[in-house]
Design a protein around this ligand. Structure first.
Ligand code: PLP
Ligand code: LYS
Length: 437
């Protein structure tokens, strides 16, 4: 069995098992035991799936650096798993940096991103000695250089717009002009950034970076971005006589959210992007740079599920609404991007046929929908438990306390054992920040 067949191809983790008695088992743990022990809603992560995905990336791209994008999901345990699996880490805030450093994640393997890093964040990144900082605007270059102590050189990459359009929705297409990320080659800003960084003796330019978008399922835009970036690197070489050693082509690798969806083919991606970089570099007489990739969703997305309790079932004019005890506060993606999810009832057998239903949350918005047209047993009723697939990425990390609801806990399963990683938020937590009347 190869690594690629051991990781899940569909939306559920590979260790997910639905026995014929209606129960559901993940990582050797009954999901109903998790419901009884930790309550609902709850996020559950399959540690084995995460580790297998890290290994699959390292096996598919043996010469490259795999830098997990912490924005998809980060907690202390996750940082520890990434570290033991030999991955690097991309952070984009003081909070993500603090979580990673709190478990001793090596600073030199951290890359700090952001289009508007605060002076404090730049200070912390330098103070902690993060391996690389990605410059995303001209203003931060002198600001950053001024923070670097004498006798030290901060390695930087410059984020360039490759002008490649890709991604699930306009909100996540970041490789084109007319959006806020990266420096434009067309306006000359990217070239200015190179000149300014090279003019700062305490900064060391080690490469270029781009990130074209998110939930991309085709390899072709990555090949185009890789070629465009090598051409920009050749431009730096021609103008400044510097062959940059690193090319970071970002993340955005798509996953299956529902049965039948295709994610990005990792092996095809690895082969074709590596070839594109090598061919273009050879064609331009440029030394081949070392590749970095920054997958977030593709490592954690299908390793996570969410468990909800059904609160009410309402017959509408042309649909049935199944309302649960969570919603857009723990999963804002359907409301933000129109994302679709796969839902299953677990915990009991039903002999009724299935019917398409609309699974909705408990928040005060009509757009608080978790899944449209989800096939559920016709007798689904209050008290039943629903499991939603592929909620590992951009659910907990984008969760809010909307309607002053408490954020769910994170439970990890592995080898038949469940353990709490992050506890449920409490009313005391919500009120703790209030300091006056
Ligand atoms: C700079 C950068 N790298 C990597 C990622 C990871 O994206 P994804 O989780 O889609 O792989 C993102 C987010 O889209 C990003 O902004
Ligand atoms: N947060 C988005 C994607 C953007 C990722 C960060 N650039 C999602 O849930 O799919």
């Amino acid at each position: 069995m190869t690594l690629m067949t051991e990781i899940a191809q569909g939306p559920w983790p590979a260790t997910m098992w639905f026995p014929s008695d209606g129960s559901a088992v993940l990582g050797g743990v009954s999901l109903m035991d998790i419901v009884n022990r930790f309550g609902t809603p709850a996020y559950v992560l399959d540690e084995a799936e995460i580790r297998m995905r890290c290994r699959a990336y390292r096996a598919a791209l043996p010469g490259a650096e795999i830098s997990y994008a912490g924005k998809a999901f980060l907690c202390r345990a996750m940082a520890g798993w990434l570290n033991t699996e030999g991955l690097s880490l991309d952070v984009c805030s003081a909070g993500e940096l603090a979580v990673a450093r709190s478990i001793g994640f090596p600073a030199e393997k951290i890359t700090f991103h952001g289009n508007a890093k605060s002076p404090r964040e730049l200070h912390l990144a330098v103070e902690q000695r993060v391996g690389r900082i990605v410059v995303d605007n001209l203003d931060e270059i002198h600001r950053l250089a001024a923070l670097v102590p004498s006798g030290y050189r901060q390695k930087v990459l410059i984020r360039v717009i490759p002008d490649v359009e890709a991604g699930e929705s306009a909100a996540v297409r970041t490789g084109v002009e007319r959006q806020k990320f990266g420096l434009s080659v067309a306006t000359g800003s990217a070239g200015d950034a190179v000149v300014r960084v090279l003019g700062q003796p305490r900064l060391q330019l080690v490469g270029l970076h781009c990130h074209i978008g998110s939930q991309i399922t085709s390899v072709e835009p990555y090949e185009r971005a890789a070629r465009a970036m090598v051409e920009h690197m050749a431009g730096v070489w021609k103008t400044h006589g510097i062959a940059l050693p690193q090319l970071n082509i970002g993340g955005g690798h798509g996953i299956a959210y529902r049965h039948g969806d295709a994610g990005l083919d990792l092996e095809m991606f690895a082969r074709r992007v590596t070839e594109a970089v090598e061919e273009r570099a050879h064609g331009l007489g440029l030394p081949v740079p070392r590749l970095t990739v920054e997958p977030g969703r593709a490592i954690i997305g299908t390793a996570g599920i969410t468990l909800y309790r059904v609160i009410s079932v309402k017959r509408g004019l042309d649909r049935t609404y199944v309302a649960v005890d969570g919603g857009m506060s723990d999963n804002p993606r359907p409301a933000l991007y129109g994302s679709r999810y796969e839902v299953r009832m677990i915990g009991r057998m039903s002999h009724e046929g299935s019917k398409e239903m609309t699974v909705v949350g408990h928040h005060c918005e009509a757009g608080d929908v978790i899944a449209e047209s989800a096939p559920l047993p016709a007798d689904v009723h209050p008290g039943d438990v629903l499991a939603v697939a592929a909620t590992g990425a951009y659910n907990h990390s984008m969760a809010s306390t909307y309607n002053l609801s408490c954020r769910p806990p994170i439970v990890a399963v592995s080898d038949g054992r469940a353990r709490l990683l992050v506890r449920r938020e409490t009313l005391e937590d919500l009120m703790r920040r209030e300091v006056g009347l």
